[in-house]
Structure formats: C-alpha cells, structure tokens
Write a new protein. Sequence first.
Length: 319
Amino acid sequence: MNTHTKLQQQWNLEDVVAKLRTSREVSHKIRHQGHIRELPSRDALISVLNGLSAALFPTHYGQPNLNDENIDYFVGNTLSNTVYILSEQIRRGLLFVSENGADTNIDTHHQKVTQITRDFIAELPAIRALLVSDLQAAFHGDPAATSVSEVLLCYPGTIAIIYYRLAHALYTLGATFVARMISNIAHSLTGIDIHPGASIGASFFIDHGTGVVIGETAVIGQHVRLYQAVTLGAKRFPTDENGNLIKGNTRHPIVEDHVVIYAGATVLGRITIGCGSTIGGNVWLTQSVPPCSNISQAQMRTDQQFISSQQQKSASSNH
C-alpha cells in the first residue's frame, strides 16, 4: 500500500468523495440546465483583457519602448493572439447559456462565435474613441491628475471603465456570460461594480471609485462624474405570480448629461436625474429631479420634514 492510499484511508477520503458525488448528482444538483460543460476560464479572460488593453494603448499597457516602426506590428500580433483566445471563451460562454444545453448544429454555433468575435474586434476603434473621451474627462475633471498617462496607469476608475466598455460591447453582441465574467474581474481589481448591460455615454469619469455600483439597466449620459461609494441601484424587485423575480425589467436610474454625484450617494429606482444636476454626498434619492437641481442632505431633510408636517396636519384635520 503506497503513502497516497494510506492518507486516503486515514482521512476517509473515499467516503467523502462518494458523498460529494451524491450531493452533486442527486440531492443538491445545481448544474446549469443539468449538463456538465466547458466553462469560460477566468485566467484566459484576464489574458484577453491584458491583450486588448495593450492593443488599445500599446505603450501604456503593452511595451513602453515601442516606436513608430514597430508599434503596428506589436498591435497586430497582440490582437491576433488575443482574438484566438477570446473566440474560444465566447464559444464556451455561448454553450453555457444555450437553452438546450448544447447547440445541435455545430456549424451554426461556429458561425455565431465567429460573427460575434469579428463584430467585437471591428468595434475596437470606436471603443478606443470613447475611452479617450473618458481619459480626457478624468484629466480635466481632477486637479490632482498631472497627465493622461497618469490617469491610464494610476486610476482604478480607468481600469473599470476600460473593462466595462469591452464587456458592454460583448454583452450587446450576445456574449453575455463572458461579459459578466469580465465585469467581475474588474470588480475584483478595482472595487467598482459596473454591470455590462448598463448604458454609459462618452466622457465618463469615476473619481477614486471604490464601492461604486452601477446596475444592469442604468442609463448614463455624457460628461457624467461619479465619486466613490455611489450606487445606481434598484428600489424594488417585482415578482411574478409564482413569487419568482422578474428579470430584465428596467429598474435602475437614468442619469442625464453633465451630472455630478458625490461620494456615498444612493440613487434607486427608475428615476431621472436631470441634465446638469448635482447630487450631494450621502444623499438617499428615490424620486426624479429636474435639470440643474442641487440636492443635498440638508435639502432632503427639509423636504422630508415638510412632508411629515403635511401628513401630521392631515391627520389632525381628520380627528
């Protein structure tokens, strides 16, 4: 009897393994659609994100010693290697969310993977244009920023936005599971949680960033600035007649152009923050506000006191 077998017996591993199989296969089976399948790889997606970031900003996220003679070769080679890995992750992601557990038509599935990958790569120049507007918004919006390079290399909000823009493109094209994994990677790295389904316009800036949450159906206009611990969330979660959550309904805020939301503010529900408004720190907001509003904690308390006094007057008049 070898040492490995002795250890298995010592710890009763054979019995534990058998019970875990029973849990997986019978008593606590939670496999998606009941099938074992290849899942996208987190490590592979991190490699994809590094490659795409290097292709978008070669000297910042690629190689700092590139020059005009070799930079295009570097970008081309990086994209070639990255696209190969990405297409495989898209394939796995599509199989995972397939309604039938696996595509019956392999050719159709391959065509879909190829089309999504091709369309995504074609969007990279437009994505870079958006990201440049985001970088400029950060540089001009933060007095501590000394250069765009500093924003690229030192701001966690920049990483979160880069990964969001890539994930959003994939999400829109139908690679939703891969997009969700990318948003989770960004969350792990930066503490910023942006659902890839959210719609965010150009010149978006997240200052400091830790604790920011942006929900799936949030709509954010252009030139919007958020500070740390801002939440754009849902107020309630409707259920169907069986008590199951209704998924996909619009439940997050609309933030119009040129809005600033300061640290710790919580904005909930399908409400609209009008263009040019400023939402103060730690405000809890569940009602729409018109354009050019300035909402502060003190104002919110005053409004609540007014509502409370009106309710008390109404109650007194009824007695």
